[in-house]
Design a protein around this ligand. Structure first.
Ligand code: UTP
Length: 407
């Protein structure tokens, strides 16, 4: 991108201050800044003018396929799932582009060592779980790993150094998610240096569009993959490409399957599956009203009782239809390190602006059908968000031990 093209792009969004130090930069810094301006989606800033509520429409319960029902058909679902895996129809997508700020490590979250007497990395736990299925199906499952500009190099070299923890490198591909600019409360882009816009990964909902933009989707289709099992980096117990789950979603013919756990309290902070105007949707915990918490289903149990764990099986061709759609933007208040007008770097103690995120749940809201599929919480849900306390390294260690994993 030339200087003039960059200037014009910025001018359209009233952001030409990004180039204010241009004349003082070295040639390579100029190149870097122009490349970053080219790669940055500035359209998101317009979102500030019309912040959207996430939940829309009339909310009604969506029944989950519960464990008893799954057990009755377990053998049949598992066989169907294994066949689909053997036929190469199932791919796995690891969402590892997040910043993991709550965990507070400078490295990508997957590089975190949760071992006590020996090394055991988060990536290693996930790959081991996936290898169980590879063994069971006697077939490799393509693993697509989404990183971001901020953590890609560290992630790729770490996994290479560890020989992909035994995974076949030919079946691993990396792609980077897009970045979004961070702004102050007036929508003015922050700079993190004279030649760098302050950016952060654009949320976990951008994975499919990022796959398409970087050409990875073509590879997915060429491989014959029809379903993508998207999962978060931080749940060390989750089962990936779980044959029984795959079989259940295929059998029911839904556009997406969502692994869910029974909530441990009516006000637990997890998103809950539901219908909104007849479409599958997710109510965030802060949107759940007293009335919804008290609503009972035909069995007399809470009707909004199953929380999502960020493990979804999407039918690829349904997502292609969404590529042209504009997903809602979530505007999140954050602490954004920036360079002040005198060129000093500032690390704020309190939130000072916005970042912009797409979320996976917004993809679900665009689809026609969803199968919430219950999994046993203590076997499949050990998220690591914090160092200690709820959803932490400590709680995940306890759950890993409970499941016989040596630490
Ligand atoms: P979280 O919502 O927990 O965000 O991500 P995070 O960035 O990892 O952590 P905090 O909030 O800063 O502490 C849930 C999953 O979505 C991925 C994460 O890597 C994790 O697997 N994610 C999140 C992305 O891949 N990209 C993003 O932009 C955000």
């Amino acid at each position: 991108m030339t200087y003039q093209e960059a200037y014009d792009k910025l001018a359209a969004y009233d952001q030409t201050h990004v180039l204010q130090f241009y004349d003082t930069l070295t040639d390579s810094q100029k190149e870097e800044l122009l490349a970053q301006i080219e790669a940055t989606d500035l359209e998101v800033i317009r979102g500030l003018a019309h912040k959207e509520d996430t939940l829309k429409g009339t909310v009604t319960p969506l029944n989950a396929m519960e464990i008893d029902e799954i057990n009755e058909s377990r053998a049949h679902f598992t066989e169907m799932g294994l066949n689909a895996i053997k036929e190469g129809k199932i791919g796995a997508v690891l969402l590892a582009g997040g910043m993991g700020t709550r965990l507070g490590s400078d490295d990508p979250k997957g590089m975190y060592n949760i071992g006590i007497t020996k090394e055991l990395y988060i990536f290693e736990c996930l790959i081991r779980n996936l290898l169980d299925v590879v063994k069971q199906a006697d077939a490799w499952i393509p693993l697509f790993i989404m990183t971001s500009e901020k953590n890609n190099d560290a992630t790729v070299s770490f996994l290479k150094e560890h020989d992909f923890f035994g995974y076949n490198a030919q079946y691993v591909a990396f792609f980077k998610q897009e970045m979004a600019p961070a702004t102050d409360y007036e929508g003015r882009i922050y700079m993190e240096d004279r030649h760098r816009i302050a950016t952060s990964p654009n949320g976990n909902g951008g994975w499919f569009i990022s796959m398409e933009r970087c050409g990875m989707l073509e590879i997915v289709k060429k491989c014959g993959v029809e379903w993508l099992n998207v999962f978060a980096v931080d749940n060390v117990l989750q089962r990936i490409a779980d044959p029984c789950f795959v079989g259940a979603v295929l059998e029911k013919g839904c556009a997406v399957g969502a692994k869910v756990v029974r909530k441990n309290a009516p006000d637990e902070k997890v998103g809950v599956v539901c219908l909104a105007d007849g479409h599958p949707s997710i109510v965030e915990y802060y949107e759940l009203t007293e009335e919804m918490m008290n609503t009972k289903n035909e069995k007399g149990e809470p009707a909004y009782n199953f929380g999502v764990i960020l493990n979804y099986l999407f039918r690829e061709k349904d997502l292609e239809e969404l590529l042209e759609k504009k997903l809602p933007l979530h505007i999140v208040e954050k602490k954004i390190p920036y360079m002040d007008k005198d060129g000093n770097f500032v690390k704020p103690e309190a939130p000072n602006g916005y970042k912009f995120e797409n979320l996976v749940l917004d993809l679900i809201r665009e689809l026609d059908s969803c199968l919430p599929y219950e999994v046993v919480r203590n076997y499949e849900f050990a998220p690591i968000k914090n160092k200690t306390g709820v959803d932490s390294v400590d709680s995940a260690r306890g759950l890993l031990k409970e499941n016989g994993v040596e630490l």
